[in-house]
Design a protein. Structure first.
Length: 339
């Protein structure tokens, strides 16, 4: 299939491009490079053995540019990663987040329907469950209250996409609710490249390990969890990337609407992750217990059985693989794509 990949220069998009090419698909990337660089695409091209990944530097909210992309190519499906994703920043800049994530998707969907491309895989998030009503979380679990604008955009866009598919059943819509993606491609040449101080756990750990930051702050050790620190369902980004290839197969079977949790089904605490990282990589990660981070929940992990049953997808990598590959990326690229 020929796939439009919005946000394809970013962390998850770049890893997904590799799996798309490995499965015999081709891709065209549209990205405004707000949170990424063209260097990731150059490295992806090297890994998959092509001269270049077709790329438009464009904002998906720019109707004219998007129109020219659709005029140049006939797409079978869109994998829609483009969006802003920093939770704290979304609280400070709600209008920018709503405008980019909502409006960007509206412009994209309008171009898709006008050009007869009615297949989409959307990057949703475990954040739509809020403080989950049940653990492990199944897709039947009701959506919860999102405490930040970023999460709201994911939840609202899920509803928009469901309505689009209900109104016109020619659409096939797959909503993938990612749990906590970490890790990197085994080559160590592409990975997560956060700007400024990392918000998420793994990039913070790797920056402490390489000496860029003094110590990790662990946000609370008084949660109702086995060791008191927060428990999450970390998923290797390569496994996550492969879920998109499986979702494409469902789309080619005309699946209509599909909603899937994409996680391993295992919960690891912050201390579990820190200890696994130290053990696998033989490096030190000094840490200090700090107060809880506002908006955090105690425990979040999923039951991924539906994705296995309906998409034939199951995570292959464990927490030690994730820690090894995150470190391999960081130590080979201390300054991310600027090296
Ligand atoms: P990322 O920031 O690395 O990638 C997103 C890409 O979209 C970036 O390259 C950015 O430049 C681009 N972009 C943003 N707005 C754009 C616009 N208006 N037009 C064109 N390009 C635009 O993030 P990621 O971690 O790869 O996440 C990909 C998707 O998955 C996002 O939608 C994110 O919300 C979602 N998601 C991520 C996580 C996670 O932990 N990384 C978890 C759940 C869901
Ligand atoms: C966060 C977002 C969530 C988003 C997800 C993926 C919040 C409240 N939630 O999830 O909406 O979908 O990222 O982008 O931001 N931790 C530390 N020290 C740190 C960083 C994190 O102890 O420096 C802890 C957290 O308290 C948490 C765990 O590590 O228990 C994982 O945190 P993080 O990587 O930020 O992911 P989430 O909070 O699960």
């Amino acid at each position: 299939m020929k796939i439009l990949v919005t946000g394809g220069a970013g962390y998850i998009g770049s890893h997904t491009l590799i799996e798309l090419y490995a499965a015999g698909h081709t891709a065209v990337v549209v990205d405004n490079l707000y949170n990424s660089s063209k260097e990731s695409l150059r490295r992806v091209a090297h890994i998959v053995g092509v001269d270049e990944i077709p790329f438009y530097e464009a904002d998906i909210r720019d109707k004219n540019k998007l129109e020219s992309v659709f005029s140049d190519h006939q797409f079978d499906c869109c994998i829609h990663f483009a969006g802003l994703k920093a939770v704290g920043e979304s609280v400070a800049k709600p209008l920018e987040y709503y405008e980019n994530n909502m409006n960007g998707t509206f412009v994209l969907l309008d171009a898709m329907r006008r050009h007869g491309c009615k297949n989409i895989i959307f990057s949703s998030s475990a954040t739509v469950y809020g403080d989950p009503a049940e653990i492990p979380i199944t897709e039947e679990c009701p959506k919860g209250h999102c405490t930040n604008p970023y999460g709201q955009t994911k939840s609202m866009l899920e509803e928009v996409l469901k309505d689009v598919q209900t109104a016109d059943t020619e659409w096939n819509v797959v909503l993938l609710r990612y749990f906590n993606p970490i890790g990197a491609h085994s080559s160590g040449t592409i990975g997560e490249n956060p700007n400024g101080i990392p918000n998420n756990l793994m990039p913070y750990i790797t920056q402490v390990a390489i000496g860029k930051r003094k110590e990790l702050g662990i946000f609370g050790n008084d949660y109702d969890t086995p060791d008191g620190t927060g428990v999450r369902d970390y998923i290797h980004v390569v496994d996550l990337a492969k879920a998109h290839v499986c979702a494409l197969k469902a789309i080619s079977r005309k699946c209509g609407l599909g909603i899937y949790n994409i996680g391993t089904g295992h919960g690891y605490s912050v201390l579990d992750v820190v200890n696994a990282f130290i053990k696998v990589n033989g490096v030190n990660v000094p840490y200090k217990i700090q107060p809880r981070r506002p908006g955090d929940i105690a425990t979040c992990y999923c039951n991924p059985a539906k994705a296995q049953a309906e998409l034939g997808w199951k995570a292959q990598y464990g927490i030690e693989d994730m820690c090894r590959d995150s470190w391999n990326w960081q130590k080979n690229n201390p300054n991310g794509y600027q090296d």
